[in-house]
Each structure stands twice: as structure tokens, then as C-alpha cells.
Design a protein around this ligand. Sequence first.
Ligand code: SF4
Length: 482
Amino acid sequence: MAETERRTESGHGPEGHGGRGAFAGHPAAAARFVADDARAHWHDQALWWVRQKRDKASSEVPDWERLRELAQEIKGHTLSRLADYLVEFEGNAAAHGARVHWARDAAEHNAVVHRILAERGVTRLVKSKSMLTEECGLNPFLEARGIEVVDTDLGERIVQLREEPPSHIVFPAIHLKRQDIGVTFHEKLGTEQGASDPKYLTEAARGHLRARFLGAQAGMTGVNFAVADTGAFVVCTNEGNADMGTSLPPIHIACMGLEKIVPRAEDLGVFLRLLARSATGQPVTTYSTHFLGPRPGGELHVVIVDNGRSELLRSQALRRSLACIRCGACMNTCPVFRRSGGYSYAWTIPGPIGSVLAAGRDPAAHASLPFASSLCGSCDDVCPVKIPLHDQLLARRRELVRSGRQPLSKRLAMRLARVFLGHRALYELAGRLARFLLRSAPPGLLRGRWNAWARQRELPPAPAESFRDLWRRRKEGGHGQP
Ligand code: SF4
């Protein structure tokens, strides 16, 4: 099921908070988000605070940059021999009793998971956070077949109760204030009306989830890292919900994108140090649980999913985006993401990396996303695996332009710009005309609906002379270089 369809089905349209209908592009969705100025400001500040925590945590590691280089090298090497490492992982995992399944796409992934559950009569599943299952639209798929799916990560459970998708890959409910959560819990869990104390609400969620853990017949997790040379995999959570969900029920299903593989167990020392610091600014994730084979008397299934990843691997320009370890740091630092919110991307993975991935998966629907960036390069600076995100966004822009997926207005504007920038006399004439209009035209004309740039900004006062005029005048006046 396409992501856009899934979001609309879940009652949370891709255009933003509570919106419905087809995705009209990032600018329209972002306009809805920033219409609530206080919330947009608060969202910006909340994520900037996380970014600062990340800076502090990374600065306390003397060899941080070396770690990033190592991670980049390990991922680069792994991607160059991905098939070999996946087969090695499969063999070692199977040797320890796990059953490994392969899925070409989201539909196959969902069918495999459903078959495992249906064959064992499972009707109650608890799930820890997995962006892959979000990507595949697993929850509605299973629910439509009579299986109750309970997300057990607190943020995920909050958005699930609200019938919304996560708005951030690490902080799924970052767009909500505690008062919003208080209202949701009052409606869905019967907490006191108006209660918004975080401790009280967390206790309520704990009691609610405990009953689900105890009643579950199977547990599902994502995979942060799968280790080829041992057949083990690691799941990182801060709440211990993956451990509860896999310790109580006898069946554990772990779903992983095929890029989650690392060659050796010792590589984990690099990635685990980078992941927690980049994601939340913690020195280490509270629970980094290593799974190797099923627990005694239990079953362990690992579903390895492609769903467009091989396609990305084939692209010389974009394959490095497969190195992503889903830390969310590029989102927390991105000025566009912080001020436009996760729902403005209408894709499971938002922000800079999401824009690269979504535009490849469905260029028609997501042609606006690679342009939702100032190309400031802050995402490159924080990415723990050194993905050149701004280069990748540019590569996606080039693809979209070459395939004619830009609006006519933009294409015409670019053609016009090429004419003016290619002819000096025309360029100077345009400058003079613009300065004249800025000084003389009625403000209503300049700030009309046609001028998207001026909607959110003040137009600068027109300078009396151009930079060229100033340069010439000062040179002629014997002032040397201005
Ligand atoms: S692209 Fe880099 S910074 Fe962004 S989520 Fe992935 S690993 Fe983290």
C-alpha cells in the first residue's frame, strides 16, 4: 500500500495536522504547520535543544570525527558487498535457530508477517518502534485481518491512539504538547480530564501497556544492526519495551531493511557510540539488546526487506543514503524541518534523508521534497555516517528537473533566469527595473499572491545604486577597491 494512501486511511492526511486528501506538496503542508505560530516556534526550539544535546555529547568524545569516518568506511564497504554479508547473516542466524524470510517489497513483507501470525493463531501483537513497518503500512494491514497491533514505544502509542503516523523517526510525538496528550489519554485511556502532568500520564500509559504486554501472543521489533559474522542483531530502545515485548510472548518477529547489516560484531562499537549521541545526546541508549537465536521454547523470525533499497544501491549518486542509521540528527538540525514539522513531508522518514528517499520512491508525489532545503549543509555536518545529504538533495533535484516534474511556473522562471544571467546587458537592465519597482510600485502589487517569497518575509529597501554602479564609481573616484 502506498504511503500516501496509508496516511489518508489512518485519518491523518499527508497535508499536515488532521488534514485529508492528496499531498499538495511541502510548501502547502508547511504553510498549515506554521499557521500555528506558537506551536511552530515551540517545535523548532524543542528540536534545537536536542541538537544542542547532540553537540555536547559528541564533543565529549575525543575521536568523534574518526568514529564518523570509520562508520562511513564500514558502511561503504558493506554496501559494496551487501549480498555477501546478507547471505552470511542468514546462514549464521539460521544456525542459531532463527528463521530468515526475504521480502521484495512492502506487500511481501506484510504477507510474510501475516502468514507467520495466522498460522499460529495470533490475534494480539505488541510491537516496538520500527520505521520499516511504518514504511510497509503493516499496522492497518494486520488490523484489517483481525489482528490487534499495539505499538509499545510511548511516543508511538500516543500517535497510534490518535490515529496519526509518527512525525519524527526518534520522537514520534514531538509535534504534541503534554496538554494534547492529556486530552488523548482522557478520551482513550480514561485519565482525569485536564490532566497534563507527565509523570501521571506516563504512569497511565505504563498500566495500559502492561496489560497489552501480558496479553500478547507475539512480539515484533525492528532491527538497528544485524551482524553478518554472528547472525545476531541489536535493537536499541530507551524504554525497554522491545525487551518486554520479546520476553513475554513466545514468538518474536524482527523486521529489517537489507541495509541494516554490519560485517562484524566489533563494528557495533563504532555504531552504538554514534547512534545514541547523534539521536538524543545520550552517551548510550538505555537498552541495546542483542538477540541471537530464539529463546528456549520460542520462535525467532527475521524478515529481510528490500522495498526499493536495491534500486537505490544501483544509483552511484544516491547509494550512500543506504548508510543511514536512522538517528534523526539531520532532522533536528534542519531549519526547514524544525520550522515545518514532520507531517509536511508526508513520508515515513521526513527531513533531509526522507526527502532523498521519498523522491526516489514516488517522484510524482514527492517532487517538492528535495526543494524543501536551504542546502545549508548542516545535515552533512551532523550525520554520524557522513552521508553527503546536500549533494544527494541536489542529485534528486537534477533528476526531477530532467524528468520534467517541476511546475510550469518554475520551469519558465528558470528559463528566464538563464536568459538574463547569460547576458550582461539584460542582467543590468533587470536590476535597474527591479530597483525601480521596489521603490515605486504599490506594496500590494509586490506582495500579491504571486510572490511566494514575500509572503513570509519583508522585502528589503531598494538600494539607490547597484553593486556594479558602486564599484565603478569608487574605482573612478580613485578609492581603489571598494
Ligand atoms: S541521514 Fe545521517 S543524520 Fe539523517 S537520520 Fe540518517 S544517519 Fe542520521
